[in-house]
Design a protein around this ligand. Structure first.
Ligand code: ATP
Length: 766
């Protein structure tokens, strides 16, 4: 709604005056920072000069200690206030050019006056009048802006709900400290503003959506009632954006008790972590622990000397194999079983059984000499009361081993010393030789001690192998949950035992092995994590969830996924492409978390792609989760057949060039697999100089033209997407449908689909 000239003038002046006020505060803070910095340095320098030490007299010593403590206290205080001033300075510097983005007028029930609330990235109070000139977008009252159209409205404070009437909702576009545009909005948040935001180009970094958060997204961002929040959101509905805004919100709301270290975000891969890395700093928050599940597993298994397969190699295997190959079929069954809740109960039953016997140990030896045998370790371990948890008993065992190693070290030291005395090549005084022998003995034994501390003498791998070489054991463990061995047990067990014997750990075995390790060693829990957020949650198996829950017992979970994009086998194995299948897959999460308070929220509106692209992609998944495009129109996707490989390369290269020349800053040529990407890259390279190939090792990408497999494009978005070959020879089987859908939904503005031979049947559904 246009704003009258007079009102516009008032708003222009307010922007200028608030900005001037902020600039003045920036100046003051700059001075404070400089002063504090020099004071802290000066105190640090004079710290020792100011303290007269008289060590002869006990009273003086006490006084000296007190004086030191006092000085240190002053120093710490100065440092703290320096840091606070610096933080405040940085925050204001970040917002000075655009101090706020919206305003709401709210009349609280029972009040005569309406309050004007200006909302920005950070709050700002007038130092002279104490008037709040800007409210932080995360303040309770600011939620009115996101949640209500003008009319009756309520917001929640920690103490109570406050009701009243929302009289006005206004949005501002401020650049370089000058008001560019201002408009009032009605029902939802600035369709106008959102239109502007969404018609922009995608660059290589994600941006915050703070000015246009939608109501249903706000509900997720601010939820603090549920222990488990499951978000099923259509492609492009803002799941990742919401996850990051939520982190910023929680850090603000619980700023006195929660820090970034208490939160963890699992991302699909490092490329994606890099892609989203700008959002939190943009919101003025420190970036937080972001990891991939693969990194976590690698870290946990680093000492085992195994070759750990990554999820992308697993997927590549699945996508490139065929059902005719018996090894392929065996592997699929194996994955299906090992990602199931049934296998989880086997591992748990195993943990229980091991409390009374069966833990395998390895000899502790130096060279050929065995210092402590595996039997001794086992005897010692099981001689402890079985009331003690496995972890406690392990700790005691490791202490005992360290004592033994101390004794052994003393012995080695003596031997070194005697050798030195005997051999004429060692020249030195007696104390020198003593010292040298001590250092040498320490060096020799230190690695053994390190292993004892890390419980490297517990043969977790051997115990895991037992599960596959000893079918009776497996069967026995299954009885606890009244399950039976899977039909393909013989194939699964042989296949797994062979791989493990060859030092190969398949991805599907990694989490069960880490879980078993945690149970046996008693080091399963990470109590410091209070919030665990999982993006692309559909790619985690029931086993993963049960494990995460055990790992972070104090955490609240936010699981954001799109079960239409479940491209990993466990998802494909248990869910069909119809609506019912997806629901059952995704309810398995709620099922696992059932004893907690679980809330499920659906996001159906897609903000990424044009209406034409959303409609096109929806055809791929008939009966899938609904997806509603935000009303933004563009050109219809193009589908073109190439006569042969040469023509395919030419058409794809021409399309990429045309998109780039037409203004698209990011153009992605998406293939099905790594194998196809490699060969397409070879053919396209001469036609498209500068074409960047993205692999699972890529940590960062620049805007431009790139080529990548669909599973690496997950979570990312591009101005233009070109599907390299959507022929029936490439995409036809059920397992490829969701992957194809994922590829199509990466496009913001343009989608070009090329194919050889017949077109994929996924596009033939009307
Ligand atoms: N409220 C919003 N205002 C402006 N832009 C938004 C909003 N919500 C989402 N977007 C934009 O829509 C695009 C998709 O968002 P995001 O990547 O968070 O979705 P997603 O649900 O994680 O997608 P996918 O599952 O397909 O990877 C991003 O460009 C994001 O900035």
């Amino acid at each position: 709604m246009p704003i009258e000239n007079e009102e516009r003038e008032r708003e222009t002046q307010r922007v200028a005056s608030v900005r001037a006020n902020i600039q003045q505060r920036i100046e003051e803070l700059r001075q404070t920072v400089d002063e504090r910095r020099s004071e802290a340095t000066a105190i640090g320098r004079s710290f020792w000069d100011d303290i007269s030490v008289n060590a002869d007299n006990a009273d003086d010593l006490i006084e000296t200690a007190a004086s030191m403590a006092q000085q240190e206290h002053v120093l710490q205080g100065q440092e703290r206030s320096y840091r606070l001033a610096q933080d405040a300075l940085r925050k204001l510097q970040r917002v000075v050019d655009a101090p706020y983005f919206s305003r709401i007028d709210f009349k609280e029930r029972g009040e005569q006056e309406r309050e004007k609330i200006y909302i920005g990235l950070t709050s700002f109070i007038d130092a002279k009048t104490d008037e709040i000139l800007i409210y932080d977008w995360r303040a309770p009252i600011a939620s009115l802006f996101y949640d209500y159209p003008p009319g009756p409205a309520t917001y929640r404070t920690p103490e109570m709900d406050v009701s009243g009437e929302l009289m006005l909702k206004r949005q501002y576009i401020i650049k370089a400290g000058v008001l560019q545009d201002v408009f009032d909005t009605g029902i939802s948040i600035g369709d106008e503003m959102l239109q502007q935001m969404l018609s922009r180009s995608a660059d290589e970094k994600m941006h915050s959506i703070v000015t246009t958060i939608q109501r249903e997204q706000n509900q997720i961002i601010r939820d603090d009632r549920h222990k488990v929040l499951v978000v099923q959101g259509a492609a492009g509905s803002g799941k990742t954006s919401v996850a990051l805004q939520r982190i910023a919100y929680l850090l603000y709301k619980y700023r006195t008790t929660l820090s970034a270290d208490n939160m963890i975000l699992f991302s699909p891969n490092s490329l994606f972590s890099d892609y989203v890395s700008h959002v939190l700093p943009e919101l003025g928050e420190a970036t937080m622990q972001q990891t991939t599940f693969q990194d976590y597993l690698t870290h946990k298994l680093s000492d085992m000397g195994l070759t750990l397969e990554d999820p992308y190699d697993q997927l590549e295997f699945i996508l490139t194999g065929t059902d005719q190959d018996p090894a392929y079929a065996a592997r699929l069954q194996s994955i299906h079983y090992k990602t199931s809740a049934a296998f989880l109960s086997v591992i748990e039953a195993y943990g229980e059984k091991l409390k009374n016997g069966g833990i395998r140990f390895l000899d502790l030896s130096v060279g050929k000499k065995v210092l402590i045998t595996a039997d001794e370790l086992s005897e010692r371990f099981y001689s402890k009361s079985s009331i003690l948890a496995l972890g406690e008993r392990m700790e005691q065992l490791s202490e005992w081993m360290l004592e033994k190693l101390d004794e052994f070290q003393a012995d080695v030291q003596k031997r070194f010393y005697r050798k030195m005395v005997r051999e004429p090549k060692y020249l030195g005084t007696e104390p020198e030789m003593k010292k040298m022998s001590k250092v040498k003995a320490h060096k020799a034994i230190a690695p053994l001690k390190e292993k004892a501390r890390k419980l490297a003498y517990v043969d977790v791998l051997g115990m895991y192998q037992d599960l596959y070489t000893n079918s009776e054991l497996h069967q026995e463990l299954m009885h606890h949950s009244e399950q039976r061995l899977p039909a393909a047990w013989d194939t699964i067990s042989t296949f797994t035992a062979d791989a493990l014997a060859g030092g190969m750990l398949h991805y599907e075995d990694a989490t069960p092995l880490v879980y078993l390790k945690g149970l046996v060693e008693g080091q399963l829990r990470v109590g410091t994590i209070r919030y665990c957020l999982v993006d692309e949650a559909q790619d985690y198996s029931p086993f993963h969830y049960a494990y995460l829950k055990k790992l972070f017992p104090r955490a609240r979970f936010t699981l954001l996924g799109d079960w239409n994009q479940g491209i990993f086998t466990h998802a494909n194995a248990s869910s069909s492409t119809d609506g019912e299948g997806q629901t059952s897959e995704y309810s398995s999460i709620s099922e696992l978390m059932k004893e907690d308070e679980t809330e499920t929220i659906r996001l159906v509106k897609s903000y990424r792609s044009t209406r034409e692209i959303v409609d096109f992609a929806s055809r791929v998944l008939p009966g899938g989760e609904p997806i509603e495009p935000f009303s933004r129109s563009g050109e219809a996707p193009r589908v073109l057949r190439a006569a042969d490989e040469t023509e395919l390369s030419r058409l794809v290269a021409e399309a990429a060039k045309a998109r780039r020349d037409g203004g698209a800053s990011s153009v992605a040529i998406i293939c099905k697999t790594e194998r196809e990407t490699r060969s397409a890259h070879d053919s396209l390279k001469p036609l498209l100089p500068g074409l960047a190939r993205i692999t699972k090792e890529t940590l960062h990408y620049e805007a431009g033209v790139m080529i990548l497999p669909a599973y690496l494009a997950k979570g990312l978005e591009f101005d233009a997407v070109i599907l390299y070959d959507a022929g029936a020879a490439v995409y036809a089987e059920a397992k490829e449908r969701k992957l194809f859908y994922t590829a199509c939904t990466r496009a913001l503005h343009h989608l070009d689909v090329f194919y050889l031979g017949e077109l994929t049947p996924f596009l033939l559904n009307k």
